[in-house]
Design a protein around this ligand. Sequence first.
Ligand SMILES: CC(C)(COP(=O)(O)OP(=O)(O)OC[C@H]1O[C@@H](n2cnc3c(N)ncnc32)[C@H](O)[C@@H]1OP(=O)(O)O)[C@@H](O)C(=O)NCCC(=O)NCCS
Length: 354
Amino acid sequence: MVKKDRRKKTFKIIRSFLDALFPLGKKTVSEMSVRWSFKANQWEPTRSQLLQISSIIQPEEKARIARFHFISDAKSSLIGRLLIRKLVNVKTGAPNDVIKLARDEHNKPILISPKFNELLEKPENNEVEINHAQENEEVENKDKQDSSCDSPAIKNLNFNVSHQGKFVVLVSEPSAVQVGIDVMNVEKPGRITESVDDYFRLMNRQFTENEWEQIKTLDGSVPHYFHNKAKLTNFTRFWCLKESYVKAVGVGIVIDLRSIDFTTKSELGSDLVTDTTIKVNGVPSPEWKFEERFLDDLHIVTVAKCYALPDNENNGDPSCVPDFENVTLDFLTEGMTTLGDEDQDWVDEFLKKK
Ligand SMILES: CC(C)(COP(=O)(O)OP(=O)(O)OC[C@H]1O[C@@H](n2cnc3c(N)ncnc32)[C@H](O)[C@@H]1OP(=O)(O)O)[C@@H](O)C(=O)NCCC(=O)NCCS
């Protein structure tokens, strides 16, 4: 432990020394594991912010966002786009106007350009220059990880976004082949008027017997309110696990959710949990690892990762997982080159939403 701390300290000192010597330092793309969150509920979009944003996202995404009835949905989806564009910009060094995103047949956002895999095949491109502000944030995050955490990076710029309640979150994990994320509020959705037990009955077909047993663990001696709260938290935990998995696979909730069966080993409290396991069609699948945690008192966020080398001991090591970093709108928009003109009409319509 002492040895680990000393190594971390030495690494930090060397990094600060190098930063001082080379203010525009280089960073290996493959080192950048990203966990970003954005508090969408705290963002009151201004006209000038929206005008700028209207020029830095793709027209088809603007059209999609314009169709949202509620401003909360429009804001979250918009931030999701900005998170992805910024990630690609930071990771590849490509200016925003050459970044082209599309959606696959399951609606999953994918990167069309630049061709990241080709970029990485040229060894000289394995390092990109990123601006110093970004670099500092990356380094701070990286400092929380021990250098022994480096898993073999694969040639893959993966990412996934989720939004619910207060938060929009993004994950990118270069050491994993597939990655998915889900964030959820642990309270019963407002539109559901049933009691907690009836709500569970409605969801009966989504979970396996093994999972229901874990969701309903508490005995009758616990007061009713706490009992329900704990059950809802457990329920949300399992729902996030399922969604993060189906999003990593990319199909969404079109598969039979009872074909995936989770077993939790640690209670979800203030600490990151990484020891939950999964069986797919009854078969243990150790190549899948999960990160579960609370983002705040009410929101659980879960990351699902599939590894090409399931035996690498760092895959499930909590000390190798970066914290979520809360990013700002300035960070997301700064230095992003425009794709077209500012769109007054789009902004007018956006600002009319309730
Ligand atoms: C994908 C799915 C699980 C998302 O669940 P959700 O809890 O509603 O939403 P989340 O906030 O967690 O994630 C939404 C984000 O995931 C991403 N996403 C969309 N489809 C995805 C997929 N198939 N796989 C992974 N990620 C996906 C997008 O970034 C999306 O944000 P956006 O809608 O603003 O672009 C759900 O929509 C689903 O099961 N869809 C089924 C697939 C389907 O029917 N597609 C056809 C629709 S045209």
